[in-house]
Structures are given as structure tokens and as C-alpha cells.
Design a protein around this ligand. Structure first.
Ligand code: SAM
Ligand code: SF4
Length: 348
């Protein structure tokens, strides 16, 4: 890990917004994903082991520090910001950060403030999220069957998530459902989930499992290539490729029979690195320039070394010069994760 320890030289003055973030491959970084906590009230089998060791709370950036870091990224050209985790809505007082970041939406400096959530705490936060400028959220949901839901999340309660979805829609939030496609678990349920989502005005995106972090199961048994899933869906539905984009890696189709949109996120069968516009910040201030690589930059040191954002800005610039061309995910029988950290550290 590389950290910047010397303040920028006086001969090369920097302001927080003096440079757009362009990586060595010419890609502009305009999207920041922030994992606000590595903790979660679920233990999804493909994401976490049941007995996880979480970061000591003292290592976490405060919400004020996270706000300062995010605001520096926004000054440097980030236009879309997603809060994720772990479960973002279990972080204590998280609405303080959402409200603070909402000021950038109001001022027109940020196009979108959004979050990815498991939905368990959504019912009590939905109205306030809307009030703070959030308009769209992603809710992760892998099955509509309460027993299967409990099995895949280990600790989750489907009825709470359903209440959350209802409350969010009532509050005016647009919802996209995300389902990880798991062989033999929910692959046959996707048509039903499609009808459920589209029947309620929600998009659905299916995701391939990625080899991140040690879990208790064998990933080769869980892995479902989406090319195969698409082929199966096409036996029942007419799927039409469309150019629709949300700034993320999903490729979308419209489903003629339901009139809704279905997205495919295929990091394994078809990687999307050439158009990558994002970096990921953890709750300890570590910046990952790629989800699938280990290289990272320590921004906490720069953040705490000086109240001058120019210093932080220079540390971010240095990190962006190290953004790699792409990831090297592969799932094979040796069953070792491509990166040791869990998805809950960098937020998916
Ligand atoms: N707790 C929140 C949630 O579940 O929406 C946010 C964090 S979670 C890590 C973000 C997304 O990553 C979820 O949609 C989850 O299904 C997905 N995910 C977790 N581990 C994954 C893995 N190994 N491969 C693919 N997707 C994964
Ligand atoms: Fe928690 Fe989200 Fe990981 Fe499930 S996928 S264990 S809800 S962080």
C-alpha cells in the first residue's frame, strides 16, 4: 500500500479541484463507491463466512471524515456516488452522512447519490433518503421464497425486506433489484423474479458470483454463467438488447412479455474493464482502484495529516495513476479467491 506523506510542493500548488481524475488508460473517474461499514446484519453464503472478523470500530473513519473525503472526490470530478457496505443502513447515524452528501446534489455538483442495501432497515429510512436527494436505490434480493431467503442470507427475514421495498416505493424511490445468480439455488426462479420486479415497476439485474474472500462454500458449485441463464430465459421470453446505461457495468435488455428491463452483470464471462469509470473507498479510507486487484492507496494518512484538501487531492491523483487496466477473476477448482478481501469490504 502506498501513502503520500509529504505535502504537495509549494512550487506546484494544488487546489482540491485542480485536475480531473484521468487514469493511465484515458478513463475518467466519475463514479465513487463508498463502503461505509464492513458489518452487516446478514451473512449471505456467497459473500461472507458465518463467523466473520470485522474491523475494530476505532479503525473506521468518522462520518465527518467520510464526508470530507467524498466531497474532495466530488470537487475532483465524481458525479455519481454510491454508499454500500457491508450493510450501509446498519452504520450508526448513517443518515448524517447521507444528508451531508445531499448538499452536493442540491448544489448541482453531483448528479446522483444512491445506495445498495439488503433492504432490512429500509422501511425506517426510506422517506428520509428521499428527503436527502436520493432518487434511486439498489436492493439485493436473491429469492422470493422466505425459507430460501433465510438459507441464503443465514440471518435475514424476507418480510422485512418486502416492507422496505414497499416503503421505498411509497416514498418515491425508484428501485432496481439485484440478484446473484446461483446454480441450483435461484437460477430456475429468475422468471418469477422478473415478473415480480417488472410487475411493480422495478428493473432486475442478475449478477455472476465473483471469487472474493474466503467463504464456507465451494464457489465452483455456486457459479452460474449468465450466458447460460440468458439462453434459458430466451426459451420463455423475448429479450431485446438495448443501449440503456446507468453508469454501471450492466448490459440491459427489454423483456417484451413484461415490458420491463433486465440487466446482466457478467464480470466472469465478459469483463467490462475497458469502460470502467469507478474507484472504491473503504470505511478505513483505503482506496481500491479495481475491485479485482489488491493494489490500494491509503487516503486516511493524507486525510489526517492536514486540514488542507490539496494534500488529500494529491494523494488521490497519485492513486489514480495506479488504476490497472482490468481484473483477473477466474473461478476454478483450486477454489482460492482471486482477492482475499470479501465483497463487504469494498462494497460490490
Ligand atoms: N449489503 C448490501 C447489499 O447486500 O445490497 C450492500 C453490500 S453487498 C456486498 C453488494 C452486492 O454485492 C450485493 O448485491 C451482493 O449480492 C453482491 N455480492 C456479494 N458478494 C458477492 C460475490 N462474491 N459475487 C458477486 N456478487 C456479490
Ligand atoms: Fe451483507 Fe450484502 Fe454481503 Fe449479504 S451481500 S452478507 S447483505 S454485505
Amino acid at each position: 500500500m502506498n501513502s503520500l506523506v509529504n505535502p504537495p510542493a509549494a512550487s506546484h500548488p494544488l487546489t482540491a479541484d485542480s485536475r480531473a481524475m484521468i487514469d493511465p488508460f484515458g478513463r475518467a473517474v466519475t463514479y465513487l463507491r463508498v463502503s461505509v461499514t464492513d458489518r452487516c446484519d446478514f451473512r449471505c453464503t456467497y459473500c461472507m463466512a458465518e463467523n466473520m472478523t470485522f474491523l475494530p470500530k476505532k479503525d473506521l473513519l468518522t462520518l465527518e471524515e467520510l464526508d470530507r473525503l467524498c466531497s474532495t472526490f466530488i470537487a475532483k470530478g465524481v458525479r455519481k456516488l454510491r454508499l454500500t457496505g457491508g450493510e450501509p443502513l446498519v452504520r450508526k447515524n448513517i443518515m448524517f452522512l447521507v444528508r451531508a452528501l445531499g448538499r452536493h446534489i442540491e448544489a448541482g455538483r453531483l448528479d446522483e447519490l444512491t445506495l445498495t442495501t439488503n433492504g432490512s432497515q429500509l422501511a425506517r429510512h426510506a422517506a428520509e433518503l428521499y428527503e436527502c436527494g436520493v432518487r434511486r436505490i439498489n436492493v439485493s434480493l436473491d429469492t422470493l421464497d422466505a425459507e430460501k431467503f433465510r438459507a441464503i442470507t443465514r440471518w435475514g427475514d424476507l418480510s422485512k425486506v418486502m416492507e422496505g421495498i414497499e416503503a421505498a416505493q411509497k416514498a418515491g424511490l425508484k428501485i432496481k433489484l439485484n440478484a446473484v445468480a446461483l446454480k441450483g439455488f435461484n437460477d430456475h426462479e429468475i422468471p418469477e423474479m422478473l415478473r415480480f420486479a417488472h410487475g411493480r415497476g422495478m428493473d432486475l439485474t442478475v449478477i455472476e458470483t465473483m471469487p472474493m474472500g474466503e467463504i464456507d462454500e465451494d464457489r465452483t458449485d455456486q457459479y452460474m454463467p449468465l450466458s447460460e441463464l440468458r439462453g434459458r430465459l430466451e426459451e420463455t421470453f423475448s429479450l431485446e438488447d438495448i443501449a440503456y446505461k446507468t453508469g454501471g457495468p450492466a448490459r440491459y435488455v427489454t423483456v417484451k412479455e413484461t415490458g420491463g428491463r433486465l440487466g446482466f452483470i457478467t464480470p466472469m464471462t465478459h469483463n467490462f474493464c475497458e469502460s470502467c469509470n469507478r474507484v472504491r473507498l473503504t470505511c478505513t479510507g483505503t482506496l481500491y482502484m479495481c475491485l479485482g486487484q489488491n493494489d490500494a492507496a491509503d487516503l486516511r494518512t493524507a486525510l489526517r495529516a492536514s486540514q488542507d484538501d490539496a494534500y488529500l487531492s494529491a494523494a488521490i491523483d497519485e492513486a489514480i495513476t495506479r488504476k490497472p487496466k482490468g481484473h483477473d477473476f477466474i473461478i476454478d477448482r483450486n477454489n482460492r479467491p482471486a482477492v482475499a478481501r470479501h465483497m463487504s469490504v469494498t462494497g460490490g
